[in-house]
Design a protein around this ligand. Structure first.
Ligand code: MV4
Length: 502
């Protein structure tokens, strides 16, 4: 593959991940192009970009997901590459193909790899061939319910039914007993059909109280594939990760090496290039089972950046340019421990009900070993139309205990008002005996979380902060007219740009 220098990147995303990608582009001397929906016109990612293009109304189906609008903005701006971030078009094989047809580099894996891993049964067949351990189950989607029931009997109950087109937690069902199988199958099918437009499902043996441990991999266009160790993401709620860390407390060096090698085989099996993640379930005996491969940069990638010192977006860009990784597995090592807390505009005292709105105050923590990736500024708005994540707070320490202590310090320092947030929930987890002892599974939240144990909100402080913020806000310049299209922000990041290689 011929090397092709990337000079300008369009970021087909919004919020913190768009900002995070732009930051690396700025460091590399690469120009940045934002796209924005109407309610995002004053968003941080628009303000930080060199140029910004309006791509339609709020619904992502009419803006961030529309190939032609994104590609038109790429053409108009002269962007030579598109970074999709996560979500939206990041795992859309047809979009990756459309980029190639338009002569724009898609900063991500080849469409074939996205497609292969998007079909979870196709992925299972690939893993079977590559010798990657999997939970016992079916290799093909099952059409006949009676045949499926017989297979479930052979696998042994409990079993779990998953959508072939799924991923994350949509369309999954645990079946404890044979008598429940037919009904569960019908429900799983119709759920899969309405969620993905594809009712195909498959069955796996249900792993009891597993941990979710995933391996970051990087692969270049020259046949080199490495892993960047693991992230443990067991603390999740309704299949939404909330706290992640690296490394995992339970892995031994031997199991880590075995899982890493399996992850590399998984990536090679589909001709993977760029950054990707191989997810495993791990049982209490440290047996591990392939779950799925995510063919994108993930939300939780900063914990890997902390322990390896590598900028994953910079690596993705170098790989997309056709450069060789320049290191092998033996060159890689990790140091210390990193934890990520996701701060959402959701009320943990009220079943995590989303609470979008304006951030009357947003003063994130800082200091040694603390990183904040925020998508919203003070006075900015968490919009109802999109994911309600406000920021990712990550900390590093020489040991896990130090990373936790630093996280507790940072959480205490975090000052946010105007919306309810998951901050008290993060504090609950950090101080929990089971979390501190490393004694948890994917069922942690269901087993241990008690809203009554949350730090009680202090209405006096809340009110005082809100009043102070309103008064302060009143003294500030109000936002100027909205940029409508093709706007170069007054304070362009380009003025800080250095030339690459200097
Ligand atoms: C599993 C599992 C146990 N055994 N697969 C799939 C989607 C991901 N977000 C969680 N998934 C699981 N897959 C096998 N073979 C356990 C989970 C799982 C889970 C399943 C049902 C209800 C709640 C759950 C919480 C965490 C993990």
């Amino acid at each position: 593959m011929a090397n092709r220098r990337i000079k300008k990147v369009l970021i087909a995303n919004r919020g913190e991940i768009a900002v995070r990608v732009m930051r690396t582009c700025n460091e590399l001397g690469i120009g940045t192009v934002a796209v924005f929906s109407a309610p995002d016109r004053l968003a941080l990612h628009v303000r930080l970009a060199d140029e910004a293009y309006a791509i339609g109304p709020a619904p992502s189906s009419q803006s961030y997901l529309v190939f032609d609008k994104i590609l038109a903005a790429a053409r108009q701006s002269g962007a030579d590459a598109i970074h999709p971030g996560y979500g939206f078009l990041s795992e859309n094989a047809a979009f990756a193909e459309a980029c190639a047809e338009a002569g724009v580099i898609f900063i991500g894996p080849p469409p074939e790899a996205i497609r292969a891993m998007g079909d979870k049964t196709a992925a299972r067949r690939l893993m079977q061939e590559a010798g990657v351990p999997m939970a016992p189950g079916t290799l093909n989607a099952i059409d006949d319910t009676d045949e499926a029931a017989a297979l479930a009997g052979e696998i042994g109950y409990p079993v779990i039914i998953k959508a072939a087109a799924g991923g994350g937690g949509k369309g999954i069902r645990v079946v404890e007993q044979p008598k429940d199988f037919h009904r569960a199958m019908a429900l799983a099918r119709s759920e899969a059909q309405s969620a993905f437009g594809d009712g195909r499902v498959f069955i796996e043996k249900y792993i009891h109280e597993p941990r979710h441990i995933e391996f970051q991999i990087l692969a270049d266009h020259h046949g080199e594939t490495v892993h960047l160790f693991e992230r443990e993401c067991s603390i999740q709620r309704r299949h939404q990760k909330v706290i992640e860390e690296a490394p995992s407390v339970i892995l031994t060096p031997e199991v880590r090496a075995q899982m890493g090698q399996a992850a590399v085989r998984a990536a090679r099996s589909c001709g993977y290039v760029s950054a990707g993640t191989v997810e495993f379930l791990v049982d209490s005996d440290l047996n591990f089972y392939f779950m799925e491969m995510n063919t994108r940069l993930q939300v939780e990638h900063p914990v890997t950046e902390w322990i390896t010192g590598l900028d994953l977006v910079a690596e993705q860009i170098r790989i997309a340019e056709g450069e060789a990784l320049g290191y092998t597995q033996d060159d890689l090592a990790w140091q210390g421990h990193a934890i990520e807390c996701r701060l959402y505009a959701e009320d943990p005292a009220n079943n995590f009900l989303p609470d979008p709105g304006r951030l009357l105050r947003h003063a994130p923590p800082s200091g040694f070993g603390v990183r904040v990736d925020a998508g919203v500024e003070q006075h900015g708005e968490v919009l109802i139309h999109y994911d309600p994540m406000i920021a990712k707070l990550t900390t590093w320490g020489r040991t896990r205990a130090e990373a936790i202590a630093r996280m507790e310090r940072a959480l205490a320092e975090y000052d946010v008002a105007g919306v309810r947030t998951t901050l008290p929930f993060c504090q609950f987890v950090m101080q929990h005996r089971a979390f501190r002892g490393g004694d948890f599974s994917t069922h942690f939240v269901a087993q241990h979380f008690d809203p009554a144990a949350l730090h009680p909100p202090d209405p006096q402080t809340d009110r005082a902060a809100a009043l102070a913020a309103v008064l302060y806000h009143a003294t500030q310049r109000s936002p100027t007219e909205a940029p409508t299209n093709n706007v170069a922000p007054a304070h362009s990041a380009s003025q800080w740009r250095r030339r690459r290689g200097h």
